[in-house]
Design a protein around this ligand. Structure first.
Ligand code: ADP
Length: 457
């Protein structure tokens, strides 16, 4: 691995590639009018890996397409290397969520096909294709046809094809989101290796992502957007050295910082969350709402164009009695998915990301938020202190009963288990009446062996 020779793996910043000045974009007119982007100022310099985060509909894809020159801006200036961009930008390639490979061509021919229009000689085309396929871990599959490959391998062919063209700016539009956890992790590792070691001549990378941990793992600058109309709400520099470790404190702090930006909270978090049993301060009871109700509510609010709904209307649709909606709303607030103001419940960008995420993305978002809830943190730390990471239900009830009436203690623990089970943090075993920590996926291993790709079959 070449990572070591690059010190901390950060690239020196070079010349400005992209310069967007007050860029706006609207689609359609009359009834169909949509303002997709407003007032976007953004520069991308050589050596930068930038991630765009935000709820769907905030204009991430539109921004990517404007930079690639596939569509024009309707306001402002789009400069590439200081020159106004006209038509398709020949210096960029976009990698999409899933690739349309030619089914009648082999893997190698699929990559070579992208080089043909560039007027690259046949021998060089073959050389480049073989080299890139090797780099992404597809050595030995050159003669296979797309139908013979797993989804993860097909995506690798797509990456090889995009990189064989040697774009100056590589644009990635949620390239890992259609893959299973392990394939995604291995492909991320491979891309980082190619980027940081300078094996590919790519000068900068711009990636759209739904996944905050993925963005923190890969990017040096994170740009957070919100919608109606699409605009930039925050930019966060990520100076953590490579290779980044997801379990490290600094990594988790960075992830938290970004969640906080996306949560847009009204009260301070300490006030919001209270403290855990046994800690000084008020133990805040978990709002007694099952995860199914919380996600149902978030999905419902997300259907509103404004991401906002009158609380009474919500209660009308959801429950028989107005009071029953309150714990669900409170839970959505505690988790950071929603805010209530003047009788309206509105989703935070994080709530929107949850509503629109895949099942896996939802679990990740929910788990990251749950780890901050004192009651859950307390249960996790109690379990982790045990050699087999199990502890009897009654031990927790005894502790909780010092702070709550007995029946509430039971319901509190029920709620905690319901939430934690969904987030795959801990669960309950009927056979011995104990809580236990869910076995974690071997993600760290997948990062450590980026060329292994043992997960493709
Ligand atoms: P994101 O990638 O963040 O999900 P998009 O760039 O796809 O956001 O969309 C931003 C807004 O522009 C959305 O409201 C979307 O409905 C609208 N939009 C995107 N593409 C078109 C189009 N071709 N015609 C009309 N509206 C569009």
């Amino acid at each position: 691995m070449a990572l070591a020779t690059h010190g901390h793996g950060h690239k020196p910043l070079g010349q400005t590639l992209v310069d967007l000045r007050k860029v706006g974009k609207h689609y359609g007119r009359g009834d169909k009018y949509t303002e997709a982007l407003r007032g976007i100022n953004l520069t991308i310099r050589e050596g930068e890996f930038i991630a765009l985060l935000g709820p769907s509909g905030c204009g991430k894809s539109t921004l990517l397409r404007i930079i690639a020159g596939l569509i024009g801006a309707t306001e402002g200036e789009v400069l590439y290397r200081g020159q106004p961009l006209r038509g398709v930008n020949p210096n960029t390639t976009i990698v999409f969520q899933s690739f349309a490979l030619y089914p009648w061509l082999t893997v190698q021919e699929n990559v070579e096909a992208a080089l043909e229009p560039l007027g690259i000689a046949r021998l060089e085309r073959t050389k480049r294709a073989l080299r890139l396929l090797d780099h992404v871990g597809l050595d030995g599959f050159e003669m296979a046809y797309p139908r013979e490959l797993s989804g993860g391998m097909r995506q690798k062919v797509g990456f090889a094809r995009a990189m064989a063209v040697e774009p100056e700016l590589l644009c990635l539009d949620e390239p890992f989101s259609a893959l299973d956890v392990l394939s995604a992790e291995s492909l991320r590792g491979e891309l980082m290796e190619l980027w940081l070691s300078g094996t590919i001549p790519t000068k900068a990378i711009l990636m759209v992502s739904h996944n905050i941990e993925e963005a923190v793992f890969m990017a040096d600058r994170l740009i957070i957007m919100d919608k109606n109309p699409g605009h930039i709400v925050a930019e966060i520099q990520n100076t953590l050295p490579h290779p980044r470790r997801r379990k490290e404190k600094a990594f988790l702090t960075m992830v938290d910082q970004i969640y906080a930006q996306m949560v847009g909270k009204t009260r301070t978090e300490a006030e919001e969350l209270g403290s855990a049993p046994g800690e000084p301060g008020l133990t805040r009871a978990l709002p007694e709402a099952p995860i199914s109700a919380i996600s149902g509510l978030v999905e419902r609010v997300n259907e509103e164009l404004t991401n906002k709904i009158d609380v009474y209307r919500l209660a009308d649709e959801f429950v028989n009695d107005y009071d029953e909606i309150l714990p669900i709303i409170e839970a959505a607030e505690v988790i950071g998915f929603a805010n209530v103001e003047a009788g309206d419940l509105s989703l935070t960008p994080l709530g929107q990301a949850f509503a629109e995420g895949s099942i896996q993305a939802r679990k990740e978002i929910f788990a990251a938020r749950l780890r901050r809830v004192p009651m859950i943190r307390w249960i996790l730390s109690m379990l982790k202190a045990q050699p087999d990471q199990r502890l009897s239900w009654d031990v927790f009830i005894a502790a909780l009963s010092r702070e709550f009436p007995a029946e509430i203690a039971e319901r509190q623990l029920d709620t905690a288990v319901d939430w934690a089970r969904y987030a795959e943090l801990f669960s309950y075993d009927n056979s011995d009446n104990a809580l236990f920590i869910e076995v974690e996926q071997p993600i760290a291993q997948a990062i450590a062996q980026p060329n292994g790709a043992p997960n493709d079959h």
